[in-house]
Design a protein around this ligand. Structure first.
Ligand code: SAH
Length: 238
């Protein structure tokens, strides 16, 4: 009889150990450790070796840009919901799009689709002149407040339809669009500097799109290359 109880308690102990031990802070990775793993396995190992981008991805605390509910998954290899039906992109896509912009320290870059502010913060680790536009007012308010209180106050933000770009500060050396358009918005081409690069997902909404790299060779000559297939939330119009 006693041995049945002993065996029962041993089994119970083993089950409790297996269930609860992985959740103790002792064996949990810190956010810094998760971030370093993310940079190694998701970014470097997939061929992105630009040091400024790797440093930026190692610096920006991605977990602060996702809702509390998803913090533990902030460094996983996928996009995550950020509220209002929108998503923060997969870390690799953020790094890949940034790489294609070939940013220099003095470049002025425009982002269409601020969302959580994560991509804008990565850009601001590389250049001081980041302009970002968000169309959803409540998301804009939340992110703007967050950026202003977490060390990213130098990012210029605006709540508007990014289809029209940001004329006042044009031309831009680089433009990044983080929502999918059915065609490349002409005002964005117009606001790109000659020699400038634009990275934009183009294709049918709510489906697979082509991530395009557009280089403005002259006022009349645009070079377009397909980078890869992606799935972004749509660029909506006012
Ligand atoms: N770059 C963001 C993720 C973008 S999700 C990040 O790092 O978190 C795409 C964002 O584009 C959403 O927030 C959506 O509201 C916004 N958006 C969609 N259409 C837009 C438009 N016409 N102008 C500006 N923002 C737009």
């Amino acid at each position: 009889m006693t041995s049945i109880f002993v065996r029962y308690f041993i089994k119970l102990f083993i089950i409790c150990f297996l269930v609860f031990y992985p959740q103790t802070s002792f064996c949990k990775k810190t956010y810094e450790e998760k971030r370093e793993s993310m940079v190694q396995w998701q970014i470097k190992d997939r061929g992105i070796d630009d040091k400024t981008i790797l440093d930026a991805m190692s610096t920006v605390p991605r977990h602060l840009f996702v809702p509390k509910l998803y913090r533990s998954a902030a460094y996983s290899d996928r996009p995550l919901p950020i509220g209002y039906g929108q998503t923060i992109s997969q870390p690799y896509i953020v790094a890949l799009m940034t790489e294609f912009l070939k940013l220099e320290k003095d470049d002025k870059v425009l982002e269409v689709g601020t969302g959580s502010g994560y991509q804008a913060s990565i850009l601001s680790e590389i250049t001081d002149s980041v302009y970002t536009i968000e169309i959803v007012e409540k998301l804009y308010d939340r992110t703007d407040k967050m950026l202003k209180t977490s060390g990213y106050e130098k990012i210029h933000t605006k709540c508007a339809d990014g289809y029209f770009g940001w004329e006042e500060f044009a031309p831009f050396e680089a433009i990044i669009v983080t929502c999918a358009a059915e065609f490349v918005p002409p005002p964005l081409i117009a606001q790109l500097k000659i020699g400038g690069r634009m990275c934009i997902p183009v294709g049918p909404l709510f489906s697979v799109q082509n991530l395009l790299l557009i280089t403005k060779k002259s006022e009349t000559d645009i070079e377009t290359k397909v980078i890869t297939s992606v799935r972004f939330v749509p660029l909506v119009r006012e």
